[in-house]
Design a protein around this ligand. Structure first.
Ligand code: PMP
Ligand code: GLN
Length: 388
């Protein structure tokens, strides 16, 4: 048969995460590339999921999620941000944040609509916009410091602009956008009647003194924001692929029309496991964050000692490191070289710019055991010669 791929996927390649993880495995490299923890998730959620399987909660869950999940997610939002959420009408469980992002775009982007993406963006966004027939419009964050330059965003808005995809805390750059930045963006969204698809999958990974503010909480935003979560990060079970979306009922309506024909529902016993995690609330959060702050400090120290230029990230489990003291090559070549010759894998952020812009940095992940991070440090010390 002659294979005719749809035009909308002709330029889609393999993700940089798959590529770098495969290269790391092939060369036995310490994998600080793809973002996933190499330590176990909490017994609390694993035991609850195992109990649910044993108790035969193994058939389809309701399409919008287990009611207990919707209630636990709503209660968490209220605890953290002080706003009541209607579990049945405003929370929809999805198969990871990736599904939620695609569903949001398919539900609200018409063919030909423009969607503003802030660079560096998470790599799925432009492909997801194109799958909906939308046109990504790229606006770079301000440099240095990856600031939200709302004047530049405003200049990119046209009568065709339908939505802005926001990510805070931001992957890969580690920014947690400030209230001032978010208020300016919210004012623009209200003024130009734009939808905001807000990817907040790292909402628990915010280091003091920074604070996460969901843009949906700002005046005029609840009715125009779809907020997306991923429990894989919060409960160190990325392979479970349990996410959820929060939105006002009219926005949730369109979202659910697509969701039911995308995956219909999400793994029942795994939802049951996450319910216990969500219920653990502030007690879990405190320990989780303290452990991550220590890992962040350890990796920042290791990278600085090795000679990288590093600012500690405000949020997420990623660090951006300036590598230009080592090699004059582009970031992809540097990451390949670092993986094969030094034995440590990282991610080249040019994969998060539409034109492959080289920002002179590479991204390392610190969702790793101390011994993994130290093993990377030993390899840097033994095999990473500085230039000149
Ligand atoms: N958004 C961002 C910013 C991410 O880093 C990730 C990755 N893990 C996702 C979405 C996807 O999350 P999930 O694994 O729940 O689909
Ligand atoms: N979000 C993870 C990262 O940024 C990877 C997820 C994936 O491989 N799709 O590394």
């Amino acid at each position: 048969m002659a294979v005719h791929m749809a035009d909308r996927i002709r330029d889609v390649g393999v993700t940089i995460f798959s590529e770098m993880s495969a290269l790391a495995a092939k060369h036995g490299a310490v994998n600080l590339g793809q973002g996933f923890p190499d330590f176990p998730g909490p017994a609390l959620v694993k035991d609850a999921a195992a109990r649910a399987i044993a108790a035969d909660h193994n058939q389809y869950a309701p399409t919008n999620g287990l009611p207990a999940f919707q209630q636990a997610a709503a209660a968490e939002w209220e605890r953290r941000y002080g706003r009541a959420v209607d579990p049945a009408r405003e929370v929809t469980v999805t198969s990871g944040a990736t599904e939620a992002l695609l569903v949001a775009v398919l539900a609200y982007v018409q063919p030909g609509d423009e969607v503003i993406l802030l660079e560096p963006y998470y790599d799925s966004y432009p492909v997801q916009v194109r799958l909906a027939g939308g046109v990504p419009v790229f606006v770079r964050l301000g440099m240095p410091g990856f600031t939200l330059d709302v004047e530049r965003i405003a200049a990119a808005v046209t009568p065709r602009t339908r939505a802005i995809m926001l990510n805070t805390p931001a992957n890969p750059c580690g920014r947690v956008f400030t209230e001032q930045e978010l208020r300016a963006l919210a004012a623009l969204a209200c003024q130009r009647d734009l939808l905001v698809i807000s990817d907040e999958v790292y909402d628990r990974l915010v280091f003091a003194p920074h604070r996460h503010l969901p843009i949906a909480m700002l005046p005029g935003m609840w009715d125009r924001t779809i907020t997306i979560h991923s429990t894989g990060k919060t409960f160190s079970v990325t392979g479970w692929k349990i996410g959820y979306a929060l939105a006002a009922p009219p926005l949730t309506d369109g979202f659910r029309r697509v969701h039911q024909f995308c995956t219909f529902t999400t793994a029942t016993p795994l939802q049951a496991g996450i319910v216990e995690g969500l219920r653990a609330g502030a007690d879990y959060e405190r320990v989780f964050l303290a452990e991550y702050a220590a890992r962040r400090d350890l990796l920042v120290d290791i990278l600085r000692r090795a000679g990288f230029g590093v600012d500690a990230p405000e949020g997420t489990y990623f660090v951006m490191a300036d590598y230009r003291g080592f090699r004059g090559m582009n970031d992809l070549a540097f990451c390949r070289w670092l993986t094969t010759e030094v034995g440590v894998a990282a991610i080249p952020p040019s994969a998060f710019f539409h034109d492959g812009h080289p920002c002179g940095m590479v991204r390392f992940c610190f969702a790793k055991k101390d011994e993994t991070l130290r093993a990377a440090g030993e390899r840097f010390a033994a095999r990473l010669p500085r230039l000149g």
